[in-house]
Design a protein. Structure first.
Ligand SMILES: [Zn+2]
Length: 101
């Protein structure tokens, strides 16, 4: 995981795209526990890790939030790989120092 950001303005990008790590994979990780029809409107889940990370919400609300978040990440992703950033200015302000943390 890496965060790309500009040294001069607030522009940033949350990670790069890969077949193994992308916003879709984040949702798929919970598929076994959360995408079952009978659980969709049940508050919470019996998965302790989910409750610790996300609180007590229905699967339907959580899935909708995660898909919206994944959609935004995909739409806002300017650079797919770290290599694509080399020599490229900030997409927002044009500053030439993009930093990968
Ligand atoms: Zn910038």
């Amino acid at each position: 995981m890496a965060r790309l950001h500009c040294e001069r303005c607030p522009w940033s990008q949350d990670d790069f795209w890969s077949a193994d790590y992308n916003p879709i994979k984040g949702v798929q990780f919970w598929e076994g526990n959360l995408l079952k029809f009978e659980q969709l409107d049940q508050p919470g889940t019996n998965n302790a890790e989910f409750i610790r990370k996300h609180g007590d919400m229905t699967s339907r609300v959580w899935i909708a939030q995660q898909l919206k978040k994944a959609s935004k990440l995909i739409q806002d992703q300017v650079f797919l790989t770290p290599e694509q950033t080399k020599g490229q200015p900030c997409p927002k302000c044009g500053h030439e120092n993009l930093v990968i943390d």
